[in-house]
Design a protein around this ligand. Sequence first.
Ligand SMILES: NC(=O)c1ccc[n+]([C@@H]2O[C@H](COP(=O)([O-])OP(=O)(O)OC[C@H]3O[C@@H](n4cnc5c(N)ncnc54)[C@H](OP(=O)(O)O)[C@@H]3O)[C@@H](O)[C@H]2O)c1
Length: 343
Amino acid sequence: MRYKLLGRSGLRVSELCLGAISFGTEWNSGADKEESRKIFDKFAEAGGNFIDTANRYTEGTSEKFLGEFMGSERDKFVISTKYSLHTKPGDINNGGNSRKNMFRSVDGSLKRLNSDYIDVLYIHMWDFTTPVDEVMRGLDDLIRMGKVHYIAVSDTPAWIVSGAQIMAELRGWSQFVAFQAEYNLIKREAERDILPMCEHFDITCVPWAPIAGGVLSGKYLKDANATGRIKPISMRRNERSNRITAKVVEVADELGVTPAQVAMNWIRQNRYRMIPVVGARSVAQITDSLGCLDFEIPAEKLAELEEFTKIELGFPHDMLQGEQARSLIYGGLFEKLDNHRRR
Ligand SMILES: NC(=O)c1ccc[n+]([C@@H]2O[C@H](COP(=O)([O-])OP(=O)(O)OC[C@H]3O[C@@H](n4cnc5c(N)ncnc54)[C@H](OP(=O)(O)O)[C@@H]3O)[C@@H](O)[C@H]2O)c1
């Protein structure tokens, strides 16, 4: 395992993050305590220190298990958790991005994690109602109080994050160091605005669902009724995802590795700075996924996967990268300008 700095910070995190959404059986798709501990131990033995959870995962069990598993080794780990999702339906202030819910949620997470601090606190999902200054000021206050060390954001449009980041910088508040987006060979929309934004602000992208919840392992291609949490009517299982999965299986067979490892390494070898959040329901799965650390996808296979799975970037990207716009902007000298920011 190698380590990376998280965003524009001095925090050292493992090159893979372990997702703990599957710690606990409350959502019928996770591991029991014994298996969760084995997954945790396997990841830690491999050198992993970066672990992801949320206040809501498995109704709080995920955070509780982590608190127990870390025990006296708490400081060795970098725990990211999230706030925004309600835990009490019918209580209007129990969910969302408000300062009230933020402070309530963080106190609950600290208790369940059995810790005095959270290493990285994410806004889980943008609520489109709380003012940006209320959110950024609240997050900065939590840092000043010592309850949280770094802040991050997930599932939020790039234009909101950009505005928030600049507001924080100008007001001397803490800025985001990480962004969580759904990103994998089947789902590449983050390339339009989210990933360029992360690069621009020196934010590490932490893609979730790197193997599309299990689809890219190829198991549903082999057997449409295979057990797993992605059901046949899922948005992740359709003609396009089947074609992409078949390509991933083909590349994996050629390289003598598993499809899940190919899916992980396509992310790890991405031109943008990324730390995938790897999910596992069993120790066999985490062992398989950790195998991605032992090889690289050769350039020509990477190019094949790129081509096979690419998406249209859409307006304004396609227009601005077109010949006509370039000729209008650069007067025919586009290729002559050495520019590291050029796309
Ligand atoms: N910010 C957000 O909104 C958000 C949303 C979702 C997740 N997350 C985070 O991202 C993490 C990962 O997300 P995820 O669990 O959805 O994504 P994932 O890693 O793409 O999928 C994990 C699932 O795929 C199957 N699997 C894992 N490894 C496998 C292997 N080697 N071979 C075959 N199947 C394998 C298992 O499910 P089955 O055994 O059931 O097939 C496992 O639960 C979560 O734990 C969470 O921390 C964040």
